[in-house]
Ligand binder design. Structure first.
Ligand code: DGY
Length: 347
């Protein structure tokens, strides 16, 4: 496969009605769903990293030179070095993800570069995956699958892989944004009591609708049978769950992380799981993704998913289209429809 797929658009439209050679040049850092790529290719000359692995840093630095826009993934670190290498033409960075902690937002702001993300469209898929992980770890689905495949199943047994019940138990949601709320709605169906923590407390009517009770973070950690993380990664949330918090959790509790890996001190979690200080954990994200903390894979009380939160066909198509629209708006000098650093209005 070629390293870079250089496409030249033959159907320039609208504001991009220029000669083919005058089309804005953009970098798409990885193969994304066609629906998004086609939109971009209609109006831009596309440089694309076309291998099925994240773009290596040196290639990113080379391929971004002189582009007007970058459509990137959460796996690409878009920092000052990239922005400097891209040069003064760079107007927009469009992340195909809701989380944009991979972009140096302050640097982008200083350079007048707008940054877009893809909120909303992945809420339901990510909430579904959260529940898949809650169920998988607490009902030992993955351990069971391993037993079946290895031929160790000798028939129904009264003590085999006994897990947790949900009805009447407490779900603690850290980060009550769109995804946190969607997770809370599903908890009602399981007959669970929901508590949550978020720096911004919900309106009483919404708390009532979700049957969710606000509690301070450390109370949540101490009371919940399932602690689910849905907060963004910021300086404040880095290692939000460390050794101290893990020691405060109930011995029978589970930790589920579908936010960003560094929100959890993964080495401390591995130790807590190995020592049986909590019942288990289910992770979709990792502190040094794609690497895992030493010893984590050897543990049976953890379920490990390869960052699948938004990985449904429909959702990824929508994310790609949204990221493409953000990119196109940015290179035409407009504020992207989903912009995380809209320029301040004058006057
Ligand atoms: C996001 O959009 O931030 C997710 O982590 C991608 O699945």
């Amino acid at each position: 496969m070629s390293e870079v797929d250089q496409q030249t658009c033959v159907r320039p439209q609208g504001e991009f009605q220029k000669s083919v050679s005058g089309l804005p040049e953009v970098l798409v850092t990885r193969r994304i769903p066609e629906a998004g790529l086609e939109l971009v290719a209609e109006q831009c000359r596309v440089r694309r990293w076309d291998e099925d692995r994240p773009i290596p840093r040196d290639r990113l630095l080379k391929l971004c030179e002189g582009v007007e826009g970058i459509l990137c993934l959460l796996t690409d670190r878009i920092d000052r070095e990239v922005m400097v290498r891209a040069g003064p033409k760079l107007k927009v960075i469009s992340v195909m993800a809701v989380g944009y902690d991979n972009v140096d937002l302050a640097e982008a702001g200083r350079r007048g570069i707008v940054v877009g993300n893809t909120p909303g469209v992945l809420t339901e898929a990510t909430a579904d995956l959260t529940w898949a992980l809650i169920l998988a770890v607490s009902r030992k689905i993955v351990e069971g699958d391993r037993i079946m495949r290895s031929g160790r199943f000798s028939g129904w047994a009264p003590m085999l892989l006994l897990g947790a019940d949900f009805a009447g138990r407490t779900l603690g949601i850290v980060g009550m944004g769109r995804i946190g709320k969607a997770v809370a709605k599903r908890a009602l169906g399981f007959g669970m009591h929901v508590i949550y923590f978020d720096p911004q407390r919900l309106e009483p009517a919404l708390e009532q609708e979700l049957h969710a009770q606000y509690v301070p973070l450390h109370e949540l950690i101490a009371k919940a049978d399932f602690v689910c993380l849905h907060c963004p990664l910021t300086e404040q949330t880095h290692h939000l769950i460390g050794e101290r918090e893990l020691s405060m959790m109930k011995p029978g509790a589970y930790l589920v992380n579908v936010s960003r890996g560094p929100v959890v001190d993964e080495q401390a979690l591995t130790t807590a799981l190995r020592q049986g200080r909590i019942a288990g954990a289910a992770l979709d994200v990792y502190e040094h993704e794609p690497l895992l903390a030493p010893g984590l894979v050897e543990l049976n009380n953890v379920v490990l998913a390869p960052h699948l939160g938004s990985a449904s066909i429909e959702t990824r198509n929508k994310m790609a289209v949204m990221a493409a629209r953000n990119l196109l708006a940015g290179i035409s000098g407009r504020v992207p429809p989903y912009c995380v650093n809209p320029p301040a209005r004058k006057g």
